[in-house]
Design a binder for this molecule. Structure first.
Ligand SMILES: [Zn+2]
Length: 75
């Protein structure tokens, strides 16, 4: 099963969770939570301007950084 990323905040969505939204033009948007769904579709917010999105992204970046270093050493 593929793990998709949230279209709004970028966090990974575990299988069986989240909301999938299909626009009129056919683009598929996946959201991890109702909070992300409402922020993008209803309020049209910019994720870069929201503190809680930046916090989540920073967490993800911190989690991914050591993994990349390990793979680089093994090669
Ligand atoms: Zn999200």
């Amino acid at each position: 099963m593929k793990i998709y990323k949230c279209s709004f905040c970028g966090s990974p969505i575990p299988p069986g969770f989240g909301i999938t939204y299909v626009k009129k033009d056919g683009t598929i948007l996946r959201f991890c939570s109702r909070k992300c769904f409402v922020s993008m579709i209803k309020y049209g917010r910019d994720p870069r301007k929201l503190a809680w999105v930046r916090k989540r992204l920073n967490k993800l970046m911190r989690a991914q950084a050591p993994k990349k270093a390990k793979t680089a050493k093994s090669k």
